[in-house]
Design a protein around this ligand. Sequence first.
Ligand code: IVH
Length: 796
Amino acid sequence: MSTPQQRIRTLVQTLNRYAREYYTLDAPSVPDAEYDRLYRELEALEAEYPQFRLPESPTQRVGGAVLDGFETVVHAVPMLSLNNAFSPRNDETGAFDHAEFLAFDERVCKELGVSQVEYAAEPKFDGLAVSLLYQNGILVQAATRGDGTTGENVTENIKTVRNIPLKLHGEKQPALLEVRGEVLMLKADFAALNQRQLEAGQKPFANPRNAAAGSLRQLDSKITAQRKLHFFAYGIAQLSGAERLPESHMEELALLHELGFSLPEGYFGAYTGAAAVLREYERLAEHRPRLPYEIDGMVVKVNSLAEQQQLGFVSRAPRWAIAHKFPAEEALTTVEAIDVQVGRTGAITPVARLAPVFVGGVTVTNATLHNQDEVARKDVRVGDTVVVRRAGDVIPEVVRVLLERRPMVEKQPALGGDLFLLRRNSQSSFSGSLEPLHEPFRLPETCPVCGSAVEREAGEAVARCTGGMLCQAQRAQGLIHFASRKAMDIAGLGDKQIEALVAADVLHSFADIYQLDIAKLQTIKDSKSAATKWAQNILDSIAQSRTPPFARFLFALGIRHVGESTAKQLAAAFGNLDTVRRAPEPILACLPDIGSIVAHAIAHYFRQPAQQKMLDDLLQHVTPQAAAPSPQTRAHAAPEQWLQRLPGIKLSEKRAAELWQLAGSLHALQTDQALPQEWQDWRRQPAHATLLQDIIAFTEALPENSAGDVSGSLHPENSSIAGKTFVLTGTLPTLKRDQAAALIEAAGGKVSGSVSKKTDFVVAGEAAGSKLEKAQALGVTVLSEEELLGMLGGAD
Ligand code: IVH
């Protein structure tokens, strides 16, 4: 009989061997049930004797504690990138043009002084680069690539990846091994995950890469464990204490395989000379759709490590390797119909409905035609045979039409213009002219969803439905945006629920959200008993959203061109909704980072009577947090600034300054008869006179920026924070990073992602890494959360 400790050891060894056979060698030697039986025995023993638990035990793979954030890891050997070579296909023959790869080969040959080089070639995996560190055979750390110098510590998550050994295989363990490779999600696991996401009412992932990235960056490793990630090794960054050292890339791969890592079976090897590499490239390109994982090219590396060293690096990429990318995947299919889709902002997008076609590993049935100009340029019509392309994670698109396959009809003048459908190649006795069967596509003049007019602004490619929230398509999407996390943050009211509530005619406007009750919510749930708690939770989060920070509220409205950062800008400048609503367009355009297009969109939005009403209704239920406008706004909105931005008169910076100097006062701008004629002509027009009056009244009401004297105003700026740049790093004891950032921004400070000489303060929490080091090196003041809160709370 063995002792519990011995038994644990035997079980771990046996289970790890079975796992290696299953996941890495793809050759299981025992049925799953046998594995499960031993696994349960091990679990029970470990529970009884936790002191004997081994770091490489397979029970470590189920995930554990939830982290607050990822620590930073400085890579001992930087994780570099690769230069790319593209091989576009010839439009007619479909043959590859390998000029870029051949140029790479030529450089390598020249540098090494040889006529032919031995290369190693392997897939370019479309996943995420990670680095795995083993000490005495045990996985001790795993990190993402990050910026190449520092990454994130994802050890707990990586341990859940079944084909990554927790302990290296074999008797002799190197003292230190750092493996580089790619974490990805197999296509089949991706499809299953998306199926589960859909069933749970959650958003599907766009592609396996995003799914892998999202899964690897989970703070709760139990979630990662359920996601089924996969790892392929493609290199060694550090190795010491090994029996022998590899001399080539292929030897590195062989060693990695012996130690328990998966390699892309059947798709890696050594090839001498460019021609052999290119043959392999073409084979890989052909097999690409059938591979169980996504790849976007082939990585070609000089095989000899000595030659690699001789070639060295240039600006963060090796000169001994190249990512030989595949061209985007293309296929032929036919256009069955051309529909238009209406987006959240009313954008009308023509979409080609296609006969299903398999491209780049997925079946494509729709492709975007972008906008009217694009449809016209490509002249895509119903019935056309088209080339569709799918590149990486972008939406499939129609590349071009095969005009020679367009269905045609012959117009027969002798028969009074009757049309006969003909096959192109059929023998025909008709002598009339051939015409396309279908007319060119034109965007509808009214919205297919709500019937409102479709308009296209001058200079814009996109046409839009003018219905706003009157349009059901925009309504649902507008409401989804309104309730989303970065907007009003109404938890539980997601895409599915809102779409159902809109379809059930319960939700029409933002204000309706605040009139929801349990009964209304239950109309979209079948089982009433389970629905009560769910509905109550939603009502609680709706209640919590009633006093939003002003910037979030503005962002939530979904005004065109007003993203999160513009909303923050507007909120910081104007403080409250009333002021933004009244702000004349030329004043809006004076704010930093808000150009004339954005200013126009904002002013236009608030001018619409329907929007006014919708906002007033909403304000019955919601009270955005309000502050006085910032004193800087008055400086931004100085007359010499807004004078340059008036409609109907184009004043250069110089002319605006001259005019303002001549006038000397706002009153004179309105009345002085001695001002230039052009100006007097402009202001004579009633609409211009009113605008001038509005601007003046508006700017005069803004708080003065008399330096140091802001004590009487309500505005939130804080002199120790306003205008200062902050960088947040590490985990703060109580605040989340975005909360701390919001507090700083609300007090007039700026938050930046990286430390430089311009940084005024670094706020550092637990496990602060390289940013803290950089701050210390540059002598930037480092604050704790408590100190930051002190500054925020302190009177100035
Ligand atoms: S070798 C110094 N091999 O490509 C070169 N990289 O652009 C180190 N990648 O971040 C990279 N498959 O994520 C290498 N077989 C492969 C690869 C590969 C995918 C990715 C990797 C890296 C990026 C470099």
